[in-house]
Design a protein around this ligand. Structure first.
Ligand SMILES: [Zn+2]
Length: 125
């Protein structure tokens, strides 16, 4: 991938992560307010209580957090010059796959194997 393409991708990811962070903190605050009656200042115990009270918002926040983690990993890979290389086997992830899934850190082979081992389906990664 060309350096200018990588830089454009990195800029887009930084912008996306800022949006996601805003959304996550908004959702977590709302969940805390819902469950605590607005006392604020939650500890981790109260947050897990909030999770059961406001399942939908927290499920969204959880998804955002996972996307944030994927974005951070991708930015780190761009920084390190390893973007586009599978983190598991070291082979090229492939431009077509990266075009479709810019946050993919593994080639399709390793991703499929990982999903089989963990029984998880990352539809978007
Ligand atoms: Zn691989």
């Amino acid at each position: 991938m060309k350096q200018e393409d990588l830089q454009a991708l990195a800029r887009a990811l930084v912008a996306r992560s800022a949006v996601l962070r805003g959304e996550v903190s908004g959702k977590l605050e709302q969940a805390a307010v819902d469950s605590s009656g607005g006392r604020g200042g939650t500890d981790s115990g109260e947050q897990s209580f909030a999770a059961s009270e406001s399942g939908i918002d927290l499920a969204e926040a959880d998804r955002d957090l996972k996307e944030l983690a994927a974005i951070n990993a991708t930015l780190a890979a761009i920084d390190a010059g390893t973007y586009g290389t599978c983190v598991s086997c070291g082979q090229d992830v492939g431009e077509a796959r990266l075009h479709a899934q810019p946050l993919a850190l593994r080639c399709i082979v390793c991703q499929s194997r990982d999903e089989q081992q963990h029984g998880v389906h990352h539809a978007r990664l």
